[in-house]
Design a protein around this ligand. Sequence first.
Ligand code: IDP
Ligand code: MG
Length: 181
Amino acid sequence: MTESILLIVKPDGMIKGLAGHVLRRFEETDLKLVGARLAKVTDQLAATHYHHLRDKPFFEELIHFITGRLYAGQGSVLAFAYTGEDAVRKARAIAGATNPEEADYRSIRGSFGRVTTKGVFENVVHVSSDAIEGEREIKLWFHPEEITVDLFPAISAGGQSAWADPGGPKTRTGPWPQEKV
Ligand code: IDP
Ligand code: MG
């Protein structure tokens, strides 16, 4: 089945100079790169992206991590959209398990991730958990004109384009960010 996923090189990955390595690993697959963006993650984008974890005890640290606050404000991220056959399984195999200490040592997280003494999973990359999340996250991180193929239906009004169904199927719970981050 054709699926689409969001890949993010997280602030720890950027600071460690792993963006090229991550991109190379994905270039070795048959997945098609259809979007790329350098971003500084705002609190609003972080909270919407990780809304499913908002009740977890590590949520605040996770927001500090992904926004780069954990690194004194350094730490932009690179976000990529990929599409292709079985994309979720292929991308998550490259990334490895969520906890870098449990990840296969050949995976990106297993090779380069760590758990800090505060319990933050510095796990180098984000990869969408499933195809529904992939659609939600790509629509959250990218405007339609930033995606090089017609991945999801978009509408045009007043010279601006928007996703026809910005929340994607069934997943969004919080308000949609107004800003272009
Ligand atoms: P995933 O990134 O492998 O899909 P999720 O459960 O969606 O895993 O969690 C999102 C992110 O939240 C993880 O990549 C990691 O950065 C952080 N995280 C998840 N579980 C924990 C935990 O138990 N402790 C600390 N951080 C966690
Ligand atoms: Mg996830």
